[in-house]
Design a protein around this ligand. Sequence first.
Ligand code: PLP
Length: 471
Amino acid sequence: MNYLSTRGHPDRKRFCEILLEGLAPDGGLYLPEHYPQVDTATLAKWRDLPYAELAFEILSLYIDDIPPADLKAICAKTYTPEVFGSEEIVPLRELEDGVYLEALSNGPTLAFKDMAMQLLGNLFEYELARRGAELNILGATSGDTGSAAEYAMRGKKGVRVFMTSPDGRMSPFQQAQMFSLQDENIHNIAITGVFDDCQDIVKAVSNDLGFKRKYRIGTVNSINWARLLAQVVYYFAGYFQATGGNDKPVSFTVPSGNFGNVCAGHVARMMGLPIHTLVVATNENDVLDEFFRTGIYRVRAAADTHETSSPSMDISKASNFERFVFDLVGRDAAKLRSLFVDDLGGQARFDLSGEPAFKQAAERFGFKSSRSMHADRLATIRDTEKRFATLVDPHTADGLKAAREHLTPGVPMVVLETALPIKFAATLVEALGHEPARPARFEGIEALPKRVVKLPADVEAVKAYIAQNCD
Ligand SMILES: *Cc1c(COP(=O)(O)O)cnc(C)c1O
């Protein structure tokens, strides 16, 4: 399998080459040259596989430069009941007639990002050892990515993590999870700004090819293809659990920010998994919802990014969206470039409302969307506790609300549970008047010593810090 850039760069790469890279040299995102097709017979064969073996089957279709036995061992080591809390790894439970929650957040940091990051940690370790190389991971997080990356990479040989986050914008629990790690290879950098400032810094450093090469900069942001690929697996696993023996279509609702999670659903659907509808759920930061309703994509300035009670979705420029738009415009790189070329200024805006491509978003690719506000979130959390004795986190609540707006009779609707409620305790308290239960291993983490430096939203300052800490 070869990988290409959405912006038309002529080079083609193999999986392990792009594994350790971020953006393509032309600023585009990597995608496979084609989506391998999975037919009904293959689905039937895969239906009863344990999660790790299912992961191996799917990854094998996209990775041909790791010997199969090694890849199988990596999957087996990653997706264990010890790390993810159950044999199913992503257990599905029915909430009400035809509406399911797929639990993706029982990993080490209690959010779905562990699903991909734990695999990435093991892939990085494997590939770096094979090359005898080192890597400095530079990332941007609004909370969950950072902790997932740090827990996946802590103590790993040959890897350092430099994780930027918007100063003071994460929940105390999230901050404590990250900043309490004392591992020498983990560096927390609090940036005076919002998440998009952090993301812009990461992009700017990655675009400085000289610096990137000298300091062996890599990324674990959701633009990393391996992460997206790891996420494809749980759409299959969710599908099998929801259908229990038939080949009927299933819909998914995905609480969305950077469009990484739902883009994995798009890939699964392109492979032939019978997905009826992919519902993109947003919060008050509704760039994506606006696009799917109107065809107009209007990136907001950092100053117009709302700070909400589902903060991991507080994103005004969805970094993976370009992957989907590439497919939407028929993989026409020139057209893609014409839409995203202004991206550098952070003010990208395009309008596909008059174009046939826009109609295809719903008709051919199955996309729908909804937006949820703070009051909706609280109401959904309350309602879910009252009617189903189940606590959901604010992001999953956004998903549940959106899901109910796009039900199709006879089609199971799977809502991806993207975090556990304890990560966002303040909002749960606001909604319910009580704290959600806290797993024993997280008792008292807010009081632990913190390891973090504060830097301005300035590319040079971040580069200098990396250079200082790289010998
Ligand atoms: C990261 C995250 C999201 C958004 O996922 P994307 O892949 O960025 O769209 C939603 N909910 C939670 C809890 C997250 O951590």
